[in-house]
Design a protein around this ligand. Structure first.
Ligand SMILES: Cc1cc2nc3c(=O)[nH]c(=O)nc-3n(C[C@H](O)[C@H](O)[C@H](O)COP(=O)(O)OP(=O)(O)OC[C@H]3O[C@@H](n4cnc5c(N)ncnc54)[C@H](O)[C@@H]3O)c2cc1C
Length: 456
């Protein structure tokens, strides 16, 4: 029996999940696979999610963020090749070409090339080169560069963070905890995937931690002296600074597929089905892909590690004859902001009000306030929950949480109800746990759901 040749492009979360699951399933089914993984970089299987905590000083070294080393992958039988950037795919002759001119033939191809950070023209020199003290936070190398910049910075240096999504907030935490002055600029509101009344709570925590926060700020350019950025300008303001973090989101890294005939969506993302299948003999997973929203069925680009791992695993299983599927996303996400004496956990799942209205749902949405534990416990902290349900079907449609210790992971109970297509009554009345150190007798998430149920 000849081994089936699998070529995987991209050696991080999605690609290596696919590779290892393919090996496991192939072993179970007695199939033989020859797996080659090509990556343009020199890192594999690391947690980009941990980089802000490395920058903050919580994690000692970049190596601690590596879940599995290149040697471990190779010992498992995977032919992992670094500095092998794929520049072209020929789906007719079934081969990929690298920048060095090598070709690799495949029986099945997996695209797991992730995404790259958005870097606007104003963030580059006139020659299109990056400035020394300006950059994104995306790869392990970026993390190392930021640690060097943080260590070289004078005490009292000022960091401007452009973008207030979860990466912007996490980096603001890191910079504040390092003792730097921090300005966060955002062209809309803080964490725009939250409702305005929830976003405001995050904004307040940032300000209370002594970060300067500028909303509706469109960056227009830098002040540069001797080739170094010394200030940032935006519509309506400017300020001197020493370092600038770009946290403006990412775009799928699929440029090398242009002209290959592999279909891409409007933002250039691949559009896999729940098995990760894209087109004949081509599979994909991770940040290079969009996802189907479970509640509405439309496709959206929500690049997250949790999706990359799940769809990557499903791809690997299917490559070896399995049937695993990752059946859509709820846009569940969580983070925290902990600096300057502030501590909040922030989480969301399901649709926003705007999305629900666009999908023609007739909704009721309410914010409920309470405490994370029974109010008489010494560690009780405020928590606010936004809950939205459909007036007609009573279906739960969205939940958001901002609050103290223990607030964030409450989102998972809400996500479980959403995943199962449950109602706001299910959330209000399901059998959740209770003891004073963990919640009030009527858990605040259930109080929030009950209030919405009563309004429907
Ligand atoms: C700072 C930060 C914090 C984050 N926090 C969270 C979090 O808390 N929770 C969460 O769910 N997600 C988080 N994420 C997102 C998460 O890290 C990504 O969703 C995940 O890494 C995606 O994995 P991937 O394998 O699809 O892509 P990547 O990790 O980007 O890997 C893609 C690989 O493909 C390689 N590659 C690209 N193009 C080519 C090519 N042409 N040829 C060969 N190789 C190529 C790249 O070198 C790279 O190694 C965070 C991301 C960042 C940057």
């Amino acid at each position: 029996m000849t081994a089936e040749r699998i070529v995987i492009v991209g050696a991080d979360a999605a690609g290596m999940s696919a590779a290892h699951q393919a090996l496991r399933t192939a072993e179970d089914r007695g199939r033989e696979l020859e797996i080659t993984v090509l990556d343009r970089g020199r890192h594999t299987s690391y947690s980009a999610c941990g980089i802000p905590y490395w920058m903050a000083g919580d994690v000692d070294s970049g190596e601690d963020l590596v879940a599995r080393t290149a040697d471990e992958h190779r010992a498992a039988g995977i032919n992992l090749r670094f500095e092998a950037e794929v520049t072209g795919v020929d789906v007719v002759d079934r081969r990929v070409t690298t920048a060095a001119g090598e070709t690799h033939e495949y029986d099945q191809l997996v695209v797991a090339t992730g995404a790259h950070p958005i870097v606007p023209a104003w963030a580059l020199t006139a020659d299109g080169a990056p400035y020394d003290r300006v950059g994104a936070v995306h790869t392990l190398d970026d993390g190392a560069a930021w640690l060097e910049r943080f260590e070289a910075a004078e005490p009292g240096a000022h960091v401007v963070i452009v973008g207030a999504g979860y990466v912007g907030i996490e980096v603001a935490e890191a910079a504040l905890r390092r003792g730097f002055g921090v300005t966060v600029l955002t062209r809309s509101r803080v964490m725009s995937s939250l409702e305005p009344e929830m976003s405001e709570r995050v904004a307040l925590a940032l300000c209370d931690a002594d970060a300067e926060l500028v909303l509706d700020a469109e960056v227009t350019g830098f002040d540069v002296e001797d080739g170094q950025v010394v200030g940032v300008h935006w519509t309506g303001g400017s300020r001197p600074c020493d370092l600038v973090v770009l946290a403006l989101g990412v775009l799928p890294s699929t440029g090398f597929l242009t002209g290959s005939g592999i279909p891409l969506g409007p933002k250039g993302a691949l559009m896999p089905d729940p098995r990760g299948h894209v087109t004949e003999r081509v599979w994909a997973a991770g940040d290079c892909c969009d996802s189907v929203r479970r509640l509405t069925g439309d496709r959206v680009y929500r690049p997250l590690g949790t999706h990359a791992n799940k769809l990557g695993r499903a791809v690997g299983d299917n490559l070896a004859g399995g049937r695993l599927t990752f059946d859509g996303i709820l846009e569940t996400a969580i983070t925290r902001f902990a600096a300057g004496g502030q501590y909040i956990e922030i989480a969301r799942t399901g649709l926003s009000l705007e999305d629900a209205e666009a999908a023609a749902f007739d909704v009721v949405a309410l914010v409920t306030e309470g405490t994370t534990t029974s109010g008489y416990m010494p560690d009780a902290e405020p928590i606010a929950l936004w809950v939205m349900a459909d007036r007609v079907t009573r279906r739960l449609l969205g939940v958001q949480v901002v609050g103290g210790h223990g607030a964030g992971k409450r989102i998972d109970a809400a996500a479980a109800v959403l995943w199962a297509g449950g109602s706001v009554d299910d959330l209000a009345w399901m059998d959740l746990s209770y003891a004073p150190p963990f919640s009030t007798a009527w858990e605040v998430l259930q109080v929030a759901a009950r209030r919405v149920a009563e309004r429907l």
